[in-house]
Design a protein around this ligand. Structure first.
Ligand code: G1P
Length: 297
C-alpha cells in the first residue's frame, strides 16, 4: 500500500552560536535572507512538495518563530487601512502557509535527539526532515522527487551532493553502493569525517525522507560526535541493516543549494539570492560590480 507522505519536521532548536550576538534573543532560523526569515523558505519548500503538516522542534526563543507564522492582526489592519495591499499580502502569507505545530527539544543533545521529539506527531508514517541551514533553489523538485521515491519503494531517501574533498568534514558523508542515475544505494554514513577517513565526497545536505522506524533506532542510540545524538549515526545503522527500516538510498542533487550555516556562506547566500530578485537584482548587481572594482556608487 502506498503511504502518502504529508508531514515535515523542521528542527529549529540550535543555539546559533556562530551568529552571536544576532542570535542572543532571536532563533537563527529567523535571520533574514534578503527580506524573508530563512525558515520561511524552508516551510515554503515543504508546502510546495505537498507537506501540509509541519512540526518545528524549537529551543529557546521560540516566540519569534511562533509569532512569524501567526496572524499579526494589528499590523495587518494598519496596512489595510493605509491601502497597502502588497505589504498586507506579504505579512499574511506566512500565516496561511501550513498547519504548523511546535514542540520543544528540551536539552540540546543533538540533531538525532531533536528529531526523536517528533515521534508523537509523526506516528507510524514516513515523513520528511528539512534542515534550515540548507536552502534549496526555489524551482527545484528535489523534495517532491525524494518523496515519490520513498512512497513508491518504501525506502529512506537522503539528499546528497558531491562536495570538494576539503569540505567533507563539514557534513555527514555516505558510503556509496551502486548508482542508477540520481539514485544511489547507501551502505553507511559517517558524521563529519576527516578528508583522509571520508568514504566518499557524497555529502548529506539537510533533506531526508524517513521511515518511522528511525525513532526506534534513535531511542537506543549512544552519543556520537561531540557527545551528541547524531541523526547520521541512526541512518548509518539503518543503512547497515535494511531489516530495521528498509533500505537507505541517496538522491543525488545537482541543482543549487545555499548554505546559511556560517557567516561567510550566509553572506554569499544573501548576495546570490539578492542578485536574482526581480525587484532588487538589477540595481544590486550593478552596485556590486562597481563596488568590487573599487568604483564610486
Ligand atoms: C547537519 C548534519 C550533517 C549534515 C549537515 C547538512 O550538520 O549533522 O550530517 O551534512 O547538517 O547541512 P550541521 O551543519 O548542523 O553541523
Amino acid at each position: 500500500m502506498v503511504r502518502k507522505i504529508t508531514k515535515a519536521v523542521i528542527p529549529a532548536a540550535g543555539l546559533g552560536t556562530r551568529f552571536l550576538p544576532a542570535t542572543k534573543a532571536l532563533p537563527k532560523e529567523m535571520l533574514p535572507v534578503v527580506d524573508k526569515p530563512a525558515v520561511q523558505y524552508v516551510v515554503e519548500e515543504a508546502v510546495k512538495a505537498g507537506l501540509s503538516h509541519v512540526l518545528m522542534i524549537t529551543g529557546r526563543n521560540k516566540n519569534a518563530l511562533e509569532n512569524h507564522f501567526d496572524r499579526a492582526v494589528e499590523l495587518e489592519n494598519l496596512l489595510l487601512e493605509k491601502g497597502d495591499k502588497a505589504r498586507f499580502g506579504i505579512v499574511a502569507e506566512a500565516t496561511g502557509l501550513a498547519d504548523i505545530h511546535y514542540v520543544r527539544q528540551g536539552d540540546p543533545l543533538g540533531l538525532g535527539h531533536a528529531i526523536s521529539k517528533a515521534e508523537t506527531f509523526v506516528g507510524d508514517e514516513p515523513f520528511a526532515v528539512l534542515l534550515g541551514d540548507d536552502l534549496i533553489e526555489e524551482n527545484s523538485y528535489l523534495l517532491a522527487e525524494m518523496i515519490l521515491l520513498a512512497e513508491s519503494k518504501s525506502v529512506n531517501v537522503i539528499a546528497l551532493m558531491e562536495v570538494p574533498q576539503g569540505d567533507v568534514s563539514k557534513y555527514g558523508i555516505a558510503t556509496p553502493g551502486n548508482r542508477n542515475e540520481e539514485v544511489i544505494q547507501i551502505k553507511g554514513f559517517v558524521e563529519k569525517p576527516s578528508p583522509e577517513e571520508a568514504p566518499s565526497n557524497f555529502a548529506v545536505i539537510g533533506r531526508y525522507v524517513l521511515q518511522p522506524q528511525v525513532f526506534n533506532v534513535l531511542r537506543n542510540l549512544k552519543p556520537g560526535l561531540g557527545g551528541e545524538i547524531q541523526l547520521t549515526d541512526a541512518l548509518n545503522e539503518m543503512a547497515q541493516n535494511s531489516e530495521i527500516a528498509g533500505p537507505v538510498v541517496g538522491y543525488i542533487f545537482d541543482g543549487r543549494r545555499f548554505d546559511t550555516g556560517d557567516r561567510l556562506s550566509y553572506l554569499k547566500t544573501i548576495v546570490e539570492m539578492a542578485t536574482e530578485r526581480e525587484d532588487l537584482g538589477a540595481d544590486f548587481s550593478g552596485w556590486l560590480k562597481r563596488f568590487s572594482q573599487g568604483l564610486p556608487e
